[in-house]
Design a protein around this ligand. Structure first.
Ligand code: PHE
Length: 338
């Protein structure tokens, strides 16, 4: 009984005290063992009761020691004089891996850099002018609707919102310089959509802009065709479908032959053999004028591609949510770059 109390009360100040505790109670000639020795000579009728008490005492002492040991771990080590074995191999670093979206953005940037495109960025919080008005969106265009846009602040004539596309960076670039412009603009964009495997409230785009004298739709097609061949390989086909964007005329959407099923039809291309990866077109003269550029002298093309869509194709990823959940089982599958 006295022993149990002492064990409970024991509160060491240092690793040395912990060691003293061990020496007092737990070693071969310690209190616990010697009580067990005495126990052998106890009359048989008392053995049952006493045996139980003794076992409890032993457990209490061992338990307490374990807890103290972890509390005083480093101090206890030095007190036992244990030395580190310097010949053991090191623990090694665990390297992180690149996020798949970063890997793909980097690939996209590298391809366009070789074509002479520079890289530019713009703010994610934009005003109505750069995200919509300068890009020729009519005042009542549905894309400005509360449904799609996350507004930050309503203000007369120039609301502040999270950009819904990277086309806003085109405007910033053209406003602040003189042609020629040849740049790509990667970045994150936001849309007010319910989150699911196929849609998210934010995603990534890479915008492209080329404005100079005599830029034609043929330049647009060849540039994007070259890009796709570089990114997905030489047997990748492209097709352009007529489309509409307020800021380009004519406009198109570009599909590539499905790189997963090779045209045979799969869930990614919904059986069609084609996947849409970007929107594009010739910069609308109104946009050039809005940005103070002589639309008689200059022409240009623009495009905007979805990085998630391209990454899904490259790595056969079927759920957009994986990109933002930070699940290491997913992330660690991608390459480490030193
Ligand atoms: N901004 C368009 C989108 O988000 C894409 C696009 C960019 C289309 C440039 C044409 C030219 O869908």
């Amino acid at each position: 009984q006295r022993c149990t109390e002492e064990i409970e009360r024991f509160s060491p100040q240092s690793g040395d005290d912990v060691e003293a505790f061990r020496l007092k109670f737990l070693v071969a000639k310690g209190v616990v063992r010697s009580l067990f020795e005495e126990f052998k000579s106890v009359p048989a009728e008392q053995k049952r009761m006493l045996g139980q008490t003794l076992n409890e005492l032993k457990q209490a002492a061992e338990q307490k020691y374990k807890i103290l040991q972890t509390q005083f771990a480093s101090a206890a080590q030095s007190s036992t004089g244990e030395q580190e074995d310097l010949t053991l191999p090191g623990a090694g670093f665990v390297f992180g891996s690149r996020h798949p979206l970063s890997l793909v953005r980097k690939e996209i940037v590298e391809i366009f850099k070789k074509l002479g495109f520079t890289v530019a960025e713009g703010p994610e919080i934009e005003d109505d002018w750069h995200n919509f008005s300068a890009l020729n969106f009519p005042p009542e265009h549905p894309a400005r609707d509360m449904q799609d846009t996350f507004f930050v602040r309503k203000q007369e004539g120039n609301d502040i919102a999270l950009r819904t596309h990277t086309s806003s960076v085109q405007v910033r670039m053209m406003e602040s310089g003189t042609p020629p412009f040849r740049a790509i603009m990667p970045g994150r964009v936001y849309r007010n959509e319910a989150i699911s495997a196929r849609a998210h409230c934010f995603f990534h785009q890479v915008e492209g802009l080329y404005v100079d004298e005599g830029v034609s739709f043929a330049d647009l097609k060849q540039t994007l065709y070259h890009f796709v061949q570089e990114l997905f390989g030489e047997d990748t086909k492209v097709r352009f479908r007529p489309s509409y964007f307020p800021f380009t005329e004519p406009s198109a959407e570009m599909d590539i032959s499905c790189t997963i099923c090779k045209g045979a039809g799969c869930t990614m291309c919904k059986g069609s053999g084609w996947v849409e990866i970007l929107g594009c077109g010739m910069v609308d003269p109104n946009v050039l004028k809005n940005c103070g550029i002589d639309s008689e002298r200059y022409s240009g093309f623009a495009f905007g591609m979805g990085v998630e869509r391209i990454t899904n194709l490259k790595y056969e990823i079927k759920d957009l949510r994986l990109f933002s959940e930070n699940d290491l089982r997913f992330l660690s599958q991608f390459e480490t770059e030193l």
